[in-house]
Design a protein around this ligand. Sequence first.
Ligand SMILES: [Mg+2]
Length: 247
Amino acid sequence: MSLSIKEDDRYVVWFDIDNTLYSASSSVYPEMVKRTHAYFMNLGLSAGEASDLQWKYYRQYGLPLRGLVLNHDVDPLHFDKECDGSIPLEEMITFNSSVRKLLQDIDRSKARVWVLTNAYLNHAQRVLRILGLEDQVEGIAYCDYKDPNFTCKPEPAHYRQAMRLANVTETSRCLFVDDSKGHVESAKALGWEGCVHFCETASSSFDGGKEGTNDNGVIVINDLEQLRDVWPYIFINTKSASSKLDH
Ligand SMILES: [Mg+2]
């Protein structure tokens, strides 16, 4: 007789953090860009050269820091302290009861909740703490700056590593929402099942996308509440629960 551990076949819902779990209107992202730009200038570049290189690395690697580490021998932990670590997040983002309720309404017998971020662990934990979501998240897949060869979205290796971390083997069990169209398309190309581009009005000019369309299997939403309709099979049926109470 052989003993086997039954594989957990629940869905894994992957939430991006920045500009997804909180609104882009909080302007955290411009602060990140501003600090990253200052970091590039500290390498001895002019403002124009710094902007060009920052943008070039963003397109080439998905994250300017990847270019800094690979080509300029930058210590990613120092970068993290100077950039993400110095942003006054407590003054910029706040507890959001709607987002908390959305995560609470995910039926945990059907789905596990993880976050998948291009930030380092410190920033991820800090944001989740301020938003009051720490207890709603089972795990954090982040960019491991301690590893010089760390991966990031949209590299396929980053998604595969996240799946290993969450111990999920089937791409058909992965649901994903991110404000970056490129990040979502990369997940879709890997076979992740429910890929959603969160295209909030405030950020739409940056990343494109049109609400309600289904582009190559990617659903576009402009409000996280729409996830209840996009993935109805993982949510507690709050509508029928409330209608029962009404009668
Ligand atoms: Mg984001």
